[in-house]
Design a protein around this ligand. Sequence first.
Ligand code: GAR
Length: 209
Amino acid sequence: MKRIVILLSGRGSNMQAIVERCAEEGWDARVVGVASNRPGAAGLAWAAARGIATAALDHREHASREAFDAELARVIGLWGPDLVVLAGFMRILGNDFVRRHEGRLLNIHPSLLPAFSGLHTHRRAIEAGCKAAGATVHFVTPELDHGPIVVQAVVPVLPGDDEQSLSDRVLVQEHRIYPLAVRWFVEGRLRTEAGVVTQLDGAPQLYLA
Ligand code: GAR
């Protein structure tokens, strides 16, 4: 059974989608721990209420990024993860952490990467006049919001959209593609070659709303 650890900073709706789909579909996997850099994160309370082990590590109590990353790696290491899933984890992880988990570290980003890495993706997509927006699940590499793309979902940007309406439309798709990507990983159905990820059953790696 594959052991999944989830890192988050807030609401945790992507974590919920993964936990629920794992149970509903009977994956040979289990979410064994959820950690947050924000002790008050709603996602932590949701996980704890379901009997999932949780850890809160306040990044403000660590002297440096390296010290925080090292403590985070130590704490989640105790859970023995096969896969570490970033689900709205709003801290940049340093090279050492990323290298230590490379190939078993996934992230979801609310844009069609490589467009709009970083923050405020929906606002920037609207301001740029984009007609499409979306979300990307990718393997994490040391360069922020880069790394081999596992799956993407595309949604239209509609006239009159604001940040909230667009992010709501994208979030629905996030909940669709993130559990898929995690399932593919735990079932060993992903291969990365020269930075390109292939789903070995030929399942679509692009979803349209
Ligand atoms: C999601 O939209 C996710 O794509 C985004 O944060 C939100 C977390 O929501 N992640 C990033 O912006 C990472 N750079 P959730 O806590 O409800 O899953």
